[in-house]
Design a protein around this ligand. Structure first.
Ligand SMILES: CC(=O)N[C@H]1[C@@H](OP(=O)(O)OP(=O)(O)OC[C@H]2O[C@@H](n3ccc(=O)[nH]c3=O)[C@H](O)[C@@H]2O)O[C@H](CO)[C@H](O)[C@@H]1O
Ligand SMILES: [Mn+2]
Length: 326
């Protein structure tokens, strides 16, 4: 399912892909030969693009039948037309505390262009430095809300407390304001469109590390003392805490449960291996996402991109950890 499985699928399907392309090309040839009119040509190209709109080199559906979103598996025009009828508002919660204010411009500038382009989005930016938020001309359907927040001396606490702050804000505001809510790191930039293909009830992004390392070396918290613990032998996908979301009510359940785990660990003097990401992974193992985003939706810049990641839609900004966190 992880790296090992996909490499196997990759090798096995190479032959199948070649055969499919041959069939498609000969089909094209026949159609072009038989109906040379221009109108027909347009139709033929449309059919051809629909036939090619599939992938055989990656896993497209999880074992619990949730779609996994990859470039080449969906038609954005169809999705947009469906989505527009609903008139949804999507919220994005992001934090820029202490030195992370430097990432605001890159995040908002790129999100304004590439995140749900043409659709209504409310960006909720939590910061301890509201005066440092640069002014950015947002598209008319996009709105920015700056929310003051306290800082913590440990970066781990800033990151983990996001779960609590999100949960509280859903309860007090967002459940009346938005239909879907996504939590995103601020130290990222978008390079390609991230559209309505991300919208679903409970959505997790598969970590880019899962595609570069064998499955067994994944990062689950395994110490049974932690509330984030996943027993050895259990687990499927490893999800990145940098980008997850879903319907407001599901994100409320998720963030409340994860922060409960963090709080209980703290009371026992424990901090999970990857902080709130460990708790997120525990939650998503037992509450399966209804949709999974491929690592195109959060690519870690430290890693070499394999061929299966055809598009880098969003990736982390390289940062000097010592410098930004302390
Ligand atoms: C691949 C990897 O290593 N992932 C871990 C790492 O992600 P990251 O290295 O991506 O964490 P990060 O430093 O980006 O922190 C997460 C987010 O918290 C906010 N923030 C953090 C610190 C700060 O001083 N100010 C601030 O605003 C900001 O929105 C940032 O994007 O660390 C996180 C912190 O728990 C999680 O453990 C992730 O699992
Ligand atoms: Mn980050």
């Amino acid at each position: 399912m992880g790296c090992t499985g996909d490499k196997y699928i990759e090798r096995q399907s190479l032959g199948k892909i070649l055969i499919m392309w041959k069939i498609q090309l000969s089909l094209m040839d026949k159609l072009l030969h038989n109906c040379p009119k221009e109108g027909h040509l347009h139709l033929i190209l449309k059919i051809f693009s629909l036939i090619s709109c599939r992938r055989t080199d990656v896993l497209l559906v999880s074992p619990w039948l949730a779609p996994i979103v990859w470039e080449g598996t969906f038609n954005r025009d169809i999705l947009n037309a469906q989505y527009r009828q609903k008139n949804f508002v999507v919220g994005v919660a992001t934090f820029a505390v202490k030195k992370y204010v430097r990432f605001i411009e890159g995040f908002l500038g790129s999100a304004n262009k590439f995140f749900l382009s043409g659709h209504r989005v409310n960006f909720y930016l939590f910061t301890d430095h509201p005066e440092k938020v640069p002014s950015i001309n947002l598209a008319p359907e996009k709105r920015l809300f700056i929310i003051p927040v306290q800082n913590y001396s440990r970066w781990q606490d800033i990151s983990m407390n996001r779960m609590d702050i999100i949960s509280n804000h859903i309860h007090s505001h967002w459940r009346y304001e938005v239909d879907y809510l996504y939590s995103m790191d601020i130290d990222v930039q978008m390079f390609e469109h991230i559209g309505v293909e991300i919208i679903d009830t409970l959505v997790g992004t598969i970590s880019s590390w899962q595609y570069t390392k064998p499955r067994d070396s994944n990062s689950y918290e395994r110490h049974p003392e932690s509330r984030a613990a996943i027993p050895h032998g259990e687990g499927d996908f490893y999800y990145a805490a940098s980008f997850y979301g879903g319907s407001v009510s599901e994100v409320y359940k998720l963030t409340t449960a994860c922060f409960k785990g963090v709080t209980e660990d703290r009371a026992n003097g424990i901090e999970a291996k990857w902080h709130e990401e460990s708790h997120l992974n525990k939650y998503l193992l037992y509450h399966k996402p209804t949709r999974l985003l491929s690592p195109e939706y959060y690519w870690d810049e430290e890693l070499i991109r394999p061929r299966i990641i055809r598009v880098k839609r969003l990736s982390s900004v390289r940062k000097d950890l010592q410098e930004v966190r302390f």
